[in-house]
Design a protein around this ligand. Structure first.
Ligand code: HEC
Length: 109
């Protein structure tokens, strides 16, 4: 799997304001109901879920906190939870979302 990590690392686009803006738009459509507007894991349906949606502001992730790892999570989901793999989204959309998740972690939004 090392080759895969290297491949993903190579293809990770640089964080830009434009990418963050795209991520914010996609997040409002696909993620906000579970993860909440500020990423605190307190979206409108969060209380119905077990395990609870991740609180991005803590910066703790089961499957890794690097942008490449969050990108991978967005493709494959988290087994045994309501976090599905978003195979409907393009790679470009997943990179924008991965960067935006890290933006929420930093508490800058
Ligand atoms: C239907 C509810 C739901 C939606 C919609 C949803 N998630 Fe999640 N998400 C979860 C749950 C629940 C977890 C926690 C899984 C666990 O702890 O096992 C999670 C976990 C995560 C994690 C953390 C994985 C880890 O390694 O700890 C990331 C990153 C994430 N979601 C990103 C997103 C993004 C970005 C979107 C929008 C594209 C999204 N999620 C949409 C429910 C959702």
């Amino acid at each position: 799997m090392i080759w895969l990590a290297a491949l993903l690392a190579l293809s990770a686009p640089t964080r830009t304001p434009d990418l963050i803006a795209q991520g914010r738009n996609a997040y409002a459509i696909w993620c906000v109901a579970c993860h909440g507007a500020s990423g605190a894991g307190d979206g409108s349906v969060a209380h119905t879920l077990d395990p609870s949606p991740r609180n991005f502001r803590t910066g703790k992730f089961k499957q890794g906190a690097r942008v490449e790892q969050i990108f991978a999570t967005l493709r494959k989901g988290v087994p045994g939870s309501a976090m599905v793999g978003f195979k409907n989204l393009s790679d470009a959309e997943r990179w924008a979302l991965a960067w935006y998740v890290l933006e929420l972690k930093a508490g800058r939004k």
